[in-house]
Every structure is written in structure tokens, then in C-alpha cells.
Design a protein around this ligand. Sequence first.
Ligand SMILES: [Zn+2]
Length: 470
Amino acid sequence: MDQEFLIKCGHVLTMDPHIGDLVAGDVRVRGDRIVEVGTALASRGAEVIDATGMIVLPGLIDGHRHAWQSLLRGQASDWSFPQYMVEARALYCGCFDPDDAYLANYLGGLESITAGITTIVDHCHLQSTPDVSDALARGLKDSGIGGVFCYALQNVPYYVDGDSIDRDTVRDLLTRAPDAWHDANAARLRDTYFGSGPLSFGIALPESTPYMPAHLSAGILARGEALSPKLVTGHWNAISKPGFYQCTLADLLDVGAFVSPTLLSHNNDLSDIDLKRMATARLGLCTCPDTECGMGLGSLIARRFVDMGGAASLGLDTTSFARADMFKQARLMLQVERKRLADETGNMPSVIGYNTRAVLELLTLTGARSLGMDAEIGSLTPGKRADLILVKQDELTRRADPAATLLFFSDASDIDTVIIAGVIRKRDADLIGIDVEGLRERTTRAVAAVGERYARLPHKQLADVWDGIF
Ligand SMILES: [Zn+2]
């Protein structure tokens, strides 16, 4: 019989517009499903989890992440976008052997869970060899996180064997169309690792896809579709400069190139017309506040997109830039947007215009819509998957709106309990079943090994490997 437990007496933010908030609410979980939400529910023999003094809400959604970069924590915080492309995407990426790749994605999953993230879209562009691919898929799956492992159809160098490195060879590898072996490799991963459980298989598009002639982009999209993905994701922007705008979205939509649920990230320069096209075609959008602000990628547009009727999520992008913390991303989004609204009028606003609830929706139900998964996750609704978190409140914030407490006064250390598909992954603020000491040792060794390989690379030779492209 399925395990059953009852979360009692929490301040429940269901994020379901038909149920709303319950100040002293209960949530019953059976197996991997939410089966009842209400007040004063009887335990009927279920294990009771006391949520008194805690906020209960759906697990958070991170719509865009490169989990393998968790092993490079903090390295990118001062990188510009062109530096990131060289350092992460031409140099470091070739320095991961399969053990490093496993650990990177395993840690990426764990750091998400500890921060209350139950769903990530892992845009996994480290597919350098079949063994590395296996390790990436296993690492993320073993962490227990839910979401979509999106295999990037994209070539990646592999420097681990110590062969001599030629700049032109690396440039050709990075910039040519994805090699044919990727398709069979991706299908093998899909069939081996993603048959059941909260983590599904998806496809990530190569970076160049939006900038190719539309018929070539359509060819890449068709290669992805042939792999039956649950989700297709991709970095997607327009080329926009004074007097010039180019975007292939309309052409691709016209020929029906987007078939599976699709989530596009970093769409900062898209015109309102193209954003409207995306919304109408039900393509999701993901804004990544820290990296988009930090690397100067352009305006944060999730709010504009939602106002047009689109579905948007927020993403962390990479924890080589900032720690996995969706509340911080949401807070940055909120404040940047408030400042923009004030700048547009030139006056101090008399009403704030954009509030904590609106942004919290991007982390939950609206975020789930952007992944095409709102029938399954995003709110505490009976029948949906049991992905939920309990967040500690202190005595001072008891009268505040819980959404404000979460965004402005909470971080990973306040996340008491994390449940994914009915499995308790974190309780009493500790991850369950993790050998922390062993993990520390393995992490120290892996960070050193990747760092040593990176230090041996011919940096000067490879510094201009993207010249004329990024
Ligand atoms: Zn990205």
C-alpha cells in the first residue's frame, strides 16, 4: 500500500486560484500524489508532519540551469558573457571526466533540493563523450530532483586524454552542426534512465539555432522532435541593434517547427510582436535575473511576457555565477522591474505596481505552465504530483504576507522539508540519506582534478576560438 502522510497546520499557499491560502491548513499525500487539501483533516493512521509555524507551498521551479557547472561554483561571478563562452564553454567543459560529470550533476541536484527546488530544467550542454553523457544523466537522477534532463545536441571538446590541442580543430568542433552520434546517444540515455520517476527526458538546442537560416533551424528542431522529448529548451534571442532586427521565430512558427512543449530562455531582445507570437503559440519563456543582469544581456522580460498572456519561469542558469536560491532570483526580478516602472514614469510611484505574489507565481504555477507541466506540478491541488516544501517562519514575520517572507526574509537554511513525488528528500533542514563527509572528499578531489586539467590547457591559443561568433 502507498505510504501516506499528513502535513498539519501550516500556512498553506496552494497557488491554486480555486483553493487559495489556508492559514492553518493541511495537505494529505499518498504515494507520489497530493490527495487532499483542507483544514482539520483527520490523520486516519497517516504519519503526521507538524507544519505549525511554517509556510507550505509547491516545490519551486527552476526553468533554466546548466547543472554541470555546479562544480565551478563562484568562478563566473566576474565573467562577462564573452569570457563565459571561452572559459566555461570552450575550456572548462573539456576538463570533466565521467566521474566529475556525475558528481557535478549530482551536486547540482542536491543544491537545488536543499534550496527547495523540486523541478529543474537542466539544459545539459556537456555531452562530450557517451560515458560523460551517462554520468550526467545518472548524477541528476540519483540526486532525486524532478524536472527535465535536456540533452543538448551540441558538440563539446574533451581534453581529459591529454592529446595535443589544436585551436582550429576545437573551433570547428564547437561551431559545426551537432555530430550524428548525438542522436543515438540521446535516445540511448532516454531509454536507459528516464522511463519513470519525476525526472524526464528532453532536448536542448544548440546555441546557434536562432541565428541560422530558418530552414536549417527547422532541421535541428526536427532532429530534437525525432527523439520524443517531454520538453525542448534553448537559448533564444533576436539580433537587435539600432535600425536592425532579425529573428527567425515567425518563420519557424509558420512552418510548425515547434511541436513538443518548448521553453526558450534569455529572450531579452525580442520585440513585443515576437513575444506576442511566442505567447500565442504557447511557447514558454524563462528569465534568469542574475546572469542576465550581471552579463548585461538586456531587459528582464518575464513580466512583460506574462502581461501578454504568456507563461514564464525564472531560472538560475548557472551556479558558477550565483548560489542556487530561487527566492533571490525572484527578489532581483521584482526589484529590477519596480525600478524600471519608476524610471519609465520619472516619478516615485504612488503604488508599487508589481508585488511579491506575482513573482512567486513565476516560481510555481506560471512557471509550471512555461514547461507545459501545469497539469502535473506548480500548485497544491489534489491529483497533482506531491512536490512541496515547508519553510520556517520566525516570530517577527507571522503577520506578514508569506510571499513577502519567502522572497525577502528566507533562504535555503529556512527550508525545513522538501518532498518530491511523495519522497521526503529534506527534513528538519537536513538532506536525507546523503553521505555528506564522503561527498565533501569526492568534491574536493574533483574540483582539484578539473582545475589541474584546466590549468594545463593552451589558454592563449584557445582565447579567440569563438572569434566572430560570440
Ligand atoms: Zn544558459
